[in-house]
Design a protein around this ligand. Structure first.
Ligand SMILES: [Zn+2]
Length: 361
């Protein structure tokens, strides 16, 4: 009987020991694991939030024009994110205090709820994205996408970048300090260094030179306009740096070059820059810019009052786009260098105009 009692006490202590060991394990090891899980979950959440912020530029623009539903959706998404974030923070603060199994269980339930909300939020985001894409596809001006003025500018900037043509340093007066001073004034107005055509690849058209693709499309466009009784003229094409230098210096007249760096001619320089680029800064250097005249009036300055201008610009420049042309100075775009020149067009190709937004989405 005593023997049996002794065995019972030993067994009792063994069970007690195991119980305590399990309790300690539960408190430290399992709790650790849970915290790690929560941390991983939180990191994932933060990562997703960052990805949302990285949405491409064009998406943002179109978001403004997407319907109210998707706006509401995205607002709700934000709310959901805030709720999820709050829940997570609660989880963490409770985690610190909690030391019993019961609280662990509560945390688990909260985590599941947060995950569920996350899931719903992602589903809504996908729905919003789909709506936006539909809006983009619908945004058509005739057979082409509609462009804002800034987008027209961006098309040509991309076109130059992808052309593989070089930007070349060119002098103005061949006086280092004077040239630098003028360049600073020009860049302040929005002039940019521009790429240069390979002259051996240009074609001649009367007294002008230009890119072969531009000439081919100019001829086709001119003929299409002729059929409607409108006569378009080619007034200026490719310009070399020496040609641009002659134009600029001509506008400046007789000056004392040595005084330029001291600002003596700033007013004169700015007046010249209103109508003329400095060598190295003209879009005509690429051979993809063209100045148009119209009818009997070859003077480009009144181009925006002509039938040619009306024909080229209507419905977001639909006719110009058909032949691969876009405006060089679309309405409302400032800080491009000279005063806006309604007569200057750029050739970037019909395909690029049609598919510019495809890779932006
Ligand atoms: Zn021009």
């Amino acid at each position: 009987m005593y023997h049996f009692f002794k065995k019972g006490i030993i067994l009792f202590f063994i069970i007690l020991w195991f119980g305590m060991a399990f309790f300690v394990y539960q408190k430290y090891t399992l709790a650790d694991k849970k915290e790690k899980e929560l941390l991983a979950f939180r990191n994932q959440f933060i990562k997703r939030q960052k990805e949302q912020k990285k949405k491409p530029f064009f998406d943002k623009n179109f978001k403004i024009e997407s319907d109210n539903d998707s706006k509401k959706d995205s607002l709700q998404n934000k709310d959901n994110q805030n709720v999820s974030e709050k829940n997570l923070q609660q989880n963490f603060s409770q985690k610190k205090e909690g030391d019993s199994k019961k609280e662990n269980q509560e945390l688990k339930t909260q985590k599941e709820q947060t995950q569920e909300k996350e899931k719903r939020s992602i589903q809504k985001q996908e729905k919003t994205k789909q709506t936006e894409e539909v809006v983009i596809k619908d945004k058509k001006c005739g057979e082409f996408p509609c462009y804002t003025s800034d987008e027209f500018v961006q098309v040509y900037e991309n076109f130059e970048k992808e052309s593989g043509l070089p930007i070349l340093p060119k002098y103005i007066y061949n006086n280092k300090k004077a040239d630098e001073h003028i360049r600073q004034l020009a860049e302040k107005r929005g002039y940019k260094k521009r790429v240069f055509a390979d002259e051996t690849k240009l074609v001649s058209f009367g007294k002008y030179r230009t890119q072969p693709a531009l000439l081919k499309n100019y001829r086709a466009m001119r003929d299409a306009m002729k059929k409607e009784g409108i006569s378009l003229h080619f007034v200026s094409g490719y310009r070399s740096s020496s040609h641009q230098r002659r134009i600029f210096k001509n506008k400046m007249g007789n000056i004392n070059v040595g005084r330029i760096q001291y600002g003596d001619y700033d007013e004169k320089i700015n007046r010249a820059l209103e109508i003329s680029a400095i060598p190295g800064y003209s879009k005509h250097h690429s051979g993809y810019a063209v100045d148009f005249g119209c009818g009997n009036d070859y003077l480009v300055y009144s181009f925006n009052t002509t039938k040619c201008y009306e024909w080229l610009t209507k419905n977001n420049f639909e006719n110009a786009k058909r032949f691969g042309f876009i405006p060089s100075y679309p309405k409302g775009v400032t800080k491009q260098g000279p005063n806006p020149e309604s007569w200057e067009f750029l050739w970037v190709g019909r395909d690029r105009i049609q598919h510019f937004f495809d890779h932006k989405i």
